[in-house]
Ligand binder design. Structure first.
Ligand code: HEC
Ligand code: HEC
Length: 270
């Protein structure tokens, strides 16, 4: 079954994570980096402890039902698919993030954070609160196992210099502004570092830009060791827009098994 197989891939990539983390250590001297790396290791351990094996069919079936709008608590009120799409790709408007192929543990944590108020949101907090822990886990596993491909989104034309700047921030960051390279944690191709770090490649630009703003003003306050809020506070609005528009255009082979490939080559690291 395709769903189950991609889920195993997602779990297998946890072990690859530590290699990337070691690499990240070499690339930056940000003090908070080493803290986060330690935390990421703890998260990996937790993740392995929580989901020892591939999610079984019962869990995925429960996840499917939750996505369609049913729940032990009498319904989450709204089916996830209404906004996040039947295929997890959102509705094309860019207002709702893609969930297909996103890191399962990351999504589960987000649902916990929406429910607890660490990531308050008018829509998602109420929905998450109405789900049981098992339903949060199930629906996260369901979306994580969903094969993701590239969206058919037509990206508006964008100033080439801005995109290039975005690509540079992603690949090497900015020593001058103290912004670490996004690839340190989000993976060389922006495909994320499960379990804790989400993919950015192929995510909607407007959504990513908004998250960076929410971190700046402290509304989203759920990241381990304040890594993302520390980074976001060093970015101008233009930086946020540039890197978000850049990542939205990067091809994401996440769970397809296809070879990693970026539409725009990342500038070579210095
Ligand atoms: C009415 C529209 C709507 C519905 C229904 C909805 N969502 Fe959301 N969802 C959103 C919006 C808007 C956001 C972004 C909110 C923000 O900025 O934090 C979001 C964000 C998320 C995120 C965070 C993604 C990320 O990359 O961090 C997850 C996970 C999620 N939703 C899961 C679900 C699940 C599971 C359901 C069904 C139980 C669901 N959503 C139902 C609108 C919706
Ligand atoms: C030290 C590691 C680290 C670095 C470097 C890093 N990130 Fe993150 N990022 C994270 C983690 C961890 C999360 C998930 C936080 C959470 O649990 O909500 C995250 C989440 C995000 C999200 C939210 C995605 C979503 O689906 O909601 C965006 C957008 C983002 N990062 C952008 C960036 C950009 C742009 C850069 C580079 C300028 C960057 N990050 C650099 C660790 C990092």
């Amino acid at each position: 079954m395709k769903l189950a197989r991609t889920a195993i891939l997602a779990i297998a990539s946890v072990s690859l994570g530590s290699a990337a983390i070691v690499q990240a250590q070499d690339q930056t001297e940000e003090p908070e980096m080493s803290e986060l790396e330690r935390r990421l290791d703890v998260d990996s351990v937790l993740f392995n402890a929580t989901i020892k094996e591939e999610p079984d069919d019962d869990l995925l079936e429960l996840g499917r039902l939750v996505a369609m709008g049913s729940s032990e608590n009498g319904g989450s009120g709204m089916a996830c698919i209404t906004c996040h799409g039947v295929d997890g790709e959102g509705d094309g408007s860019g207002a709702f993030p893609r969930l297909d192929g996103q890191a399962g543990w990351y999504m589960y944590k987000q649902l916990q954070d929406y429910a607890s108020g660490d990531r308050p949101n008018r829509v998602m907090s109420g929905i998450a609160q109405r789900l049981t822990e098992r339903e949060r886990e199930a629906v996260s596993a369901y979306y994580a196992a969903m094969p993701s491909g590239d969206l058919d989104t037509a990206h508006g034309s964008m100033d080439g210099t801005l995109l290039q700047w975005g690509g540079q921030l992603a690949a090497v960051g900015s020593a001058e502004k103290g912004i670490p390279a996004c690839v340190n944690c989000h993976g060389a191709q922006g495909t994320g570092l499960p379990p804790s770090v989400p993919y950015l490649a192929g995510q909607y630009a407007g959504y990513m830009e908004l998250q960076l703003e929410l971190w700046t003003d402290g509304t989203r306050d759920n990241d381990a060791m304040d890594v993302m809020s520390t980074i976001a506070k060093k970015m101008t609005e233009e930086d946020m827009r540039a890197v978000s528009e850049y990542y939205a255009r990067v091809s994401n082979p996440a769970t397809d098994g296809a070879e990693a490939q970026a539409e725009y080559d990342m500038p070579a690291a210095e």
